[in-house]
Design a protein around this ligand. Sequence first.
Ligand SMILES: Nc1ncnc2c1ncn2[C@@H]1O[C@H](COP(=O)(O)OP(=O)(O)OP(=O)(O)O)[C@@H](O)[C@H]1O
Ligand SMILES: [Mg+2]
Length: 284
Amino acid sequence: MPSKPCAKSWVSFTRLWLSIKLLRIQASPARSSTLPIYNQAVQPDQPTPIIQADDLTKIYRSGRIEVPAVRGVSFSINRGEFIAIVGPSGSGKSTLFYLLGGLTRATRGRVIIDGVDFATLDDGERTRLRKQRIGFVFQRFNLLPTLTAMGNIEIAHAISGQKQPLDLAYLDHLCEMLSIQGRLKHRPSELSGGEQQRVAIARALITRPAIVLADEPTGNLDTKNSDAVLNMLRRSNKELGQTILMITHNMEAAGVADRILQVRDGQIVSDTVNIRPEPVAASV
Ligand SMILES: Nc1ncnc2c1ncn2[C@@H]1O[C@H](COP(=O)(O)OP(=O)(O)OP(=O)(O)O)[C@@H](O)[C@H]1O
Ligand SMILES: [Mg+2]
């Protein structure tokens, strides 16, 4: 018996709807099960600045004594660049790190992150921008003393506001690369300086932030662990498109970067493109 016109059109409509659904599913990009990039904006074809410093100045004052730590520095870093900042002790590298990360206010000048001027944000907005966009590796690690190594890494994910659950496969991968698997239940006071440093690096990378600011990330490491950290940063930069700004006093470490800024007495004295950065090994 022939079907009624109404039933026929319902069948055609259902087929059409299913075809459109199927097309959409096929057209959506394949998802990587292990390496989703949570915080990374889509890489544009043209280089776009992600960090801009404009006449950046920081003068510390204690009583009547003034210490000009950063003196009128201007530069621009493009999305996806790997920058090394080198310079002697006391030249203002860490102060620059705090300024670029919005952790201290500039005495003069501006820091613009992804088009947003830190100075226009209130404290809450600045904190949110930092948590969502920037991973910090502090020179003195700044691990929370009451939490274990694992707790310190997990909390970075928890406060980042990401909806996705902690990527345990990526966590395992970071811990293996940084050789800290056997130390995850220890508190910072039970870890060596180098182990604390590597936990701090895992904490900075776990959220796959668009920007990684690392202050002397290899400062406490032996050659083997130092190479592992540099390789990790380089590969995160290449494969996840993260913008990395690494402070170091070690010219060999700086050799992995695409561009090297030299700081002296609070000023940038050279800005050089590294035409042959150290090669990168397998995938992250
Ligand atoms: N809170 C502060 N109050 C006063 N002076 C400070 C303060 N922090 C840093 N300074 C001074 O500012 C200058 C730059 O310090 P900064 O820590 O930025 O140097 P650095 O290049 O990171 O040195 P290092 O390689 O030893 O880590 C130094 O002369 C330092 O003594
Ligand atoms: Mg420093």
